[in-house]
Design a protein around this ligand. Structure first.
Ligand code: RB5
Length: 148
């Protein structure tokens, strides 16, 4: 799977660890940055880039890391077609895809450790949307809101 990954300074170190895992699992990694540590960089720049890479179809899923995951999710959800959430447990990571077709996962590198993050990301990438009528119906309600 083609996976876009990004992080601000809060998630910079975790991005390297997760990118290594993704490569080990034979995913194609699109690292949209930050490409160097800068304590003054801004998470919206990277969250926007991850979200647009997914929304454009250049990547199937996105992973965005910041200190808490919160700013990343707020930003990514501004991009049409993106369904992003903070997930700090494996259940939410796969259920969010299965029921809600979550396509960007946001993780707070100051909240959970690298090993938990790896399990969460694996759950996210191994999950697929379940095309049951009730899930499609709910998604259509979200899409209607997005269209205004
Ligand atoms: C950066 O210090 C921090 O505010 C940011 O990484 C993130 O936690 C925002 O949600």
């Amino acid at each position: 799977m083609i996976v876009a990954i990004g992080a601000d300074h809060g998630g910079y170190i975790l991005k390297k660890e997760l990118s290594d895992l993704l490569e080990k699992l034979n995913h194609e990694v699109l690292d949209i940055g930050a490409h160097s540590y800068d304590s003054l960089d801004d998470y919206p720049d990277f969250a926007q880039a991850v979200a647009q890479t997914v929304a454009s179809g250049k990547a199937e899923r996105g992973i965005m890391l910041c200190g808490s995951g919160v700013g990343a999710a707020i930003t990514a959800n501004k991009i049409k077609g993106i369904r992003a959430s903070v997930c700090h447990d494996a259940y939410s990571a796969h259920q969010g895809v299965e029921h809600d077709e979550m396509n960007v996962i946001c993780i707070g590198a100051r909240v959970i450790g690298a090993e938990s993050a790896k399990e969460i990301v694996s759950s996210f990438l191994n999950a697929n949307f379940i095309p049951e009528e009730k899930y499609i119906r709910r998604l259509n309600k979200i899409k209607k809101l997005e269209d205004g």
